[in-house]
Design a protein around this ligand. Structure first.
Ligand code: HAM
Length: 419
């Protein structure tokens, strides 16, 4: 019996893990550059954190969560996203009493029971950043602009920033009623999910994906024309600061996002060349969430990006092999005495900070050379009886093919210099 990974999950094999490590290191470097600290929350939380946090009428909570009762009869959910857990941790660890704002980032797996397709998985990875404690627009702009630097560093081009503001509890009810008026005449034609959204969360009518439904819906009045003066002022400041940084964006009044915690700024990045699942990230302001999860009223804003989609977008233009690691030196041995000597030498140079590998399969010279080439060794050190007697190795530079005899002593420092 042979098993495969569960539907919607995938292995990151040695062929790809170098590329993933590169992505992670670019993210960590950028986060450090911008003053964010990493938060690592559990993979699972009490179900209520997401029911309250993400919102009961969202697709995530209604049909996509991996929820189960544990052996102690607690309702547990594998995290579908990272914002509600980060806020839960912020409240639990009283982070508000530290110097503010709190700037957190995370990298890790998330779980959603969605229909798998290219770019959409049931276990996927996100990197995200959350700024908790800032009401002003500089924080919105920082979380919009910073992932763009990461995309650029990864060679992901052709990214569009879609921007909207969905108002606040003061101005949104009026807009909701307006939407209901506009869509009432076509309600019987709309899909079942829109019919239920009409009653429960009319804003979500705007991001129905069904083309048929869209055909029936007149264009909505743009939400940002119905904002209260405070929300309008915030939105225009966000736009002004984006312009100042030279960040281009497209206003998209349909961008309401699929999570309930947002207010004011919402945004999403789309990228060309990776198929229909082209949103590589999104986020927005969520000024009510800290209080919803038991903290003091605290403004906040954040973003999360899909790492599989980033990798797909990179592969459209990058060679995964480029990121495959390789040892500094591979020791090739000719004969039994040499096999024992390379074993010692490999451990010796490793202890001096040089990465090294050696043949453990008892293969012949040619096969060892082929293997060294395949695993990307930078140098090959060939050792037979003659070399042992002279205290030397035949060192071959695999990039130039050049070979010379060098003393065993001092090999490590020479290889370190030759990197
Ligand atoms: P989200 O839009 O649900 O937002 O997810 C963010 C990104 O995660 C998406 O744009 C997409 O790239 C990726 N993603 C989502 N679902 C899948 C999937 N099934 N397979 C592959 N990739 C996926 C959030 O999660 C919010 N927590 C973002 C946020 C942070 N808002 C404020 N702070």
């Amino acid at each position: 019996m042979e098993y495969s990974a569960p539907r919607g999950t995938q292995d990151i094999t040695p062929d790809e893990s170098g590329l993933w490590q590169h992505v992670e290191s670019v993210i960590r470097q950028t986060m450090a550059l911008c003053g964010y600290s990493e938060i690592r929350t559990p993979i699972f939380e009490h179900t209520e954190v997401f029911e309250r946090g993400v919102g009961a009428t969202t697709d995530i909570v209604e049909k996509e969560m991996y929820t189960f009762r544990d052996r102690g009869d607690r309702m547990i959910t594998l995290r579908p996203e990272g914002t509600a857990p980060a806020v839960r941790a912020y409240v639990e660890h009283r982070m508000a009493s530290r110097p503010q704002p709190t700037k957190l980032y995370y990298i890790g797996p998330m779980f959603r029971y969605e229909r798998p397709q290219a770019g959409r998985y049931r276990q996927f990875h996100q990197f995200g950043m959350e700024v908790i404690g800032v009401a002003g627009p500089a924080a919105d702009v920082e979380v919009i602009a910073t992932p763009l630097d990461i995309f650029r560093a990864l060679g992901i081009t052709d990214v569009t920033v879609n921007l909207n503001s969905i108002g606040c509890p003061v101005c949104r009810p009026g807009y909701r009623n307006l939407l209901k008026e506009v869509y009432a005449p076509v309600l019987p034609q709309l899909c079942p999910s829109c019919q239920s959204r009409y009653e429960r969360n009319p804003l979500r009518l705007l991001d129905c994906k069904s083309q048929e439904c869209r055909g029936y819906m007149p264009d909505p009045p743009p939400i940002f024309e119905y904002l209260c003066p405070e929300c309008a002022q915030h939105f225009s400041e966000v736009r002004r600061l984006l312009d100042k940084l030279g960040v281009e964006y497209v206003l998209n009044p349909r961008l309401v996002r699929g999570l309930d915690y947002y207010n004011r700024t919402t945004f999403e990045y789309t990228v060309g060349g990776i198929g229909s699942q082209d949103a590589i990230g999104g986020g927005g302001r969520y000024d009510g969430l800290v209080e919803e999860l038991g903290g003091q009223p605290t403004p906040a804003v954040g973003v999360a990006c899909g790492m599989e989609r980033c990798v797909l977008a990179m592969k459209a233009g990058a060679d995964a092999k480029r990121f495959a690691g390789g040892v500094d030196v591979f020791f090739v041995s000719l004969g039994e005495r040499a096999a024992e000597r390379v074993f010692e030498l490999a451990f010796q140079v490793r202890s001096q900070g040089v990465s090294a590998d050696f043949d453990m399969m008892g293969r012949g010279l040619k096969a060892q050379m082929r293997y060294a080439d395949k695993v990307n060794a930078k140098f090959v050190a060939i050792i037979g009886d003659n070399e042992i007697d002279r205290g030397t190795v035949a060192l071959k530079d695999m990039s130039t093919g050049e070979q010379r005899e060098v003393p065993m002593a001092g090999l490590a420092s020479m290889l370190r210099e030759g990197r």
